[in-house]
Design a protein around this ligand. Structure first.
Ligand code: RRO
Length: 313
């Protein structure tokens, strides 16, 4: 059973990808993920200049969900250039450079810096739910805003495919994806975290996160991820690759996101719960299921729900 996936000429040995914001920003931590089975790596969100994150506590986890409001701490593009450059010199697996900014112009500048390093893809984070106080509603919450960022980034990114990271916190994710596709988006990452949500400590009567609210991730959000991926796939007629992310813990979770339309599978919160070798575990579980079910190549699963629905209508 073959797990490899080819996207825009880039071969991923398996569909699992480290999701953005997990495991820091050093070439050695990315290599460690690949040694533990990751088919690809996404960097944390990179800023043009140094950016302070939110104060602690920034993360709270239960068995069913995590809430985070890390607030995008980053050392700025100089540091990113060093680490990304180091990784790309001798990369063990493809690298997706994730960029973030507070304005369309700064998105362009950051993307231009990172594109020059020749990552395999760019991922554009227009959907962080945790910096609304600083920057207002995420660009991903409006089709014209999301399209404007896409258009600007496509002008500076050369031949690097551009994936737009979408927000689930909208009622028209398909229309937003389509607006980005019309401006040249090469693919999508779906989804960023849900909400924001809030958790309150009973004794202190205070929100647990210093930021009060945070983005929801973990097993509880998988059905939302599946629906969003299916909507994006349908809106773009399955023509553009999707990195499906949201609540994937097991091989069967990964395959479910593939049936909805994902070509690659981001794994984030599960790294903390199942350990760094979650990538290898998820791959072994995908292998096991597909072999038992007679699926020869994992790519046969991508978008298969849509074909099945069409064949029955
Ligand atoms: O840093 C964060 O607080 C954060 C980001 Br950039 C994001 O895109 N999604 C999220 O849940 N947290």
């Amino acid at each position: 059973m073959n797990l490899s996936q080819k996207v825009y000429g880039v071969t991923f040995q398996n569909p699992t990808v480290l999701a953005s914001g997990i495991m820091g920003i050093t070439a050695s931590s990315w290599r460690f993920c690949v040694e533990n089975g990751a088919g690809g790596i996404t960097t944390k969100s990179l800023w043009l200049t140094e950016h302070m994150g939110h104060p602690n506590p920034t993360i709270i986890s239960t068995e069913h969900w995590s809430l985070n409001a890390v607030g995008l701490p980053d050392a700025g593009v100089e540091k990113a250039v060093q680490e990304v450059g180091d990784y790309l010199k001798n990369k063990p697996a493809p690298l997706i450079g994730n960029v973030v900014a507070g304005s369309i112009e700064d998105f362009g500048k950051t993307a231009e810096h990172i594109a020059k390093l020749k990552p395999d893809f760019l991922e554009v984070n227009i959907s962080c739910p945790n910096v609304e106080d600083e920057f207002g509603k995420p660009f991903a919450c409006s089709a014209p805003d999301a399209a404007a960022v896409t258009k600007h980034i496509k002008q500076v990114s050369g031949d690097i495919p551009v994936f737009i990271k979408l927000s689930p916190n909208v009622n028209n994710i398909g229309a937003i994806a389509l607006a980005c596709a019309e401006q040249g988006a090469d693919g999508f990452t779906a989804i960023n975290t849900v909400g924001p949500g809030m958790a309150i400590d009973l004794r202190s009567r205070m929100p647990i996160l210093a930021n009060k609210v945070g983005g929801l991730s973990g097993p509880a959000i998988k059905p939302i991820a599946v629906k969003c991926i299916a909507d994006v796939y349908a809106a773009t007629e399955g023509k553009l690759p999707i990195i499906g992310t949201g609540g994937v813990y097991t091989g069967e979770d990964a395959l479910e996101l593939m049936l909805a339309g994902a070509t690659l599978i981001g794994i984030g919160t599960a790294v903390g719960d199942r350990g760094i070798d979650v990538f290898k575990k998820v791959c072994d579980e995908m292998q096991y299921w597909c072999t038992n079910e007679g699926v020869e190549h994992v790519s046969d699963m991508v978008g298969a729900m849509h074909k099945e629905l069409a064949s029955r209508s």
